[in-house]
Design a protein around this ligand. Structure first.
Ligand SMILES: [Zn+2]
Length: 234
C-alpha cells in the first residue's frame, strides 16, 4: 500500500509558497510528519500589494511556514531561487540531495506556469543523476492532470487543507484560492467515491512514462535530437 511504511520519507516540491497547500494540502495533513517540503523560489513576483520584493519574500516564507506547521510537516527546505527563473537556476536544485526520499511530489508536467513546468524535468534528471530510487508523483495546482492514476480521500482533513491555503494571506487578496482549491478537491472526490480527494499521477519509471504519455513530446524530442546530431556532425 502506498505511503503506509513509516520509514518511507516523502518530499513535496513547491515552486512557490502556496503550491504545496493548493496541490497537496490534504496529503500533507494526512502524512505530515514523514514529509519534507522543498520550496524552490522566493515567490517575490507573486501578488505584492505595493510591497518591495524583499518584503514579499519575507512574508511568503512566513506564510508557507505557518501553512505546513498546520500539517505537522517534518522540515521545510528553501533554495531561494528568483521567482520565474527556476529553469535558468536548475543547477541550484541539482545540489539538493533527494536520495533519502521514497516519493517525490512535483507539479504535473502539463502545468502552464513557467516555474511549475520546469520542476518535473529537473527532478526527473536529478533522480537519475543521484541514482535515487524515488518514485515521482505529479500533483495538480493550476492545470488539472489529464489521466490521474491515484486519488487520495482527503474528506477527513478538508478543513485543514482550507486553513493551509488561507495561511497564504498575501496571495488570496484578489483571488479566493481556498475556494478554488477546495472546488477541485470536490470535483476529484466524484472519481474516488468520497466527498473530497486529491488526484495524482504516480510515474512508475519517469523516463519510460514520459515517452509513453507525451507522443507529441516524443516527436519533438526526436526532431530536436536529429537537429542536435546534425549540428554536432557539421
Ligand atoms: Zn506556483
Amino acid at each position: 500500500m502506498l505511503f503506509e511504511n513509516e520509514n518511507e520519507k516523502m518530499l513535496i516540491v513547491a515552486p512557490h509558497p502556496d503550491d504545496e497547500s493548493i496541490g497537496a494540502g490534504g496529503l500533507l495533513t494526512l502524512y505530515g510528519p514523514k514529509c519534507d517540503v522543498l520550496l524552490l523560489t522566493t515567490g517575490q513576483h507573486g501578488h505584492h500589494g505595493g510591497l518591495s520584493e524583499p518584503e514579499v519574500t519575507k512574508i511568503r516564507k512566513k506564510e508557507i511556514s505557518a501553512a505546513i506547521n498546520l500539517a505537522k510537516v517534518n522540515k521545510l527546505f528553501t533554495l531561494e531561487i528568483e521567482d520565474t527563473r527556476l529553469y535558468q537556476n536548475k543547477k541550484t536544485v541539482y545540489s539538493f540531495d533527494v536520495k533519502n526520499y521514497k516519493y517525490i511530489f512535483v507539479p504535473n508536467r502539463f502545468e502552464r506556469n513557467l516555474d511549475h513546468m520546469a520542476v518535473y524535468p529537473i527532478l526527473r534528471r536529478m533522480i537519475m543523476l543521484q541514482k535515487s530510487k524515488a518514485t515521482l508523483v505529479e500533483y495538480e495546482v493550476w492545470t488539472p492532470l489529464r489521466k490521474p492514476n491515484l486519488f487520495i480521500d482527503i474528506t477527513a482533513v478538508i478543513d485543514n487543507k482550507r486553513r493551509m491555503i488561507s495561511e497564504h494571506k498575501s496571495q488570496i487578496v484578489d483571488c479566493d484560492f481556498a475556494n478554488a482549491g477546495i472546488g477541485l478537491s470536490a470535483y476529484r472526490g466524484m472519481f474516488a467515491n468520497c466527498e473530497y480527494a486529491e488526484a495524482f499521477f504516480v510515474c512508475k519509471s519517469p523516463l519510460k512514462d514520459f515517452f509513453k504519455l507525451n507522443e507529441s513530446s516524443v516527436l519533438l524530442f526526436a526532431r530536436n535530437r536529429k537537429r542536435m546530431l546534425k549540428k554536432k556532425n557539421k
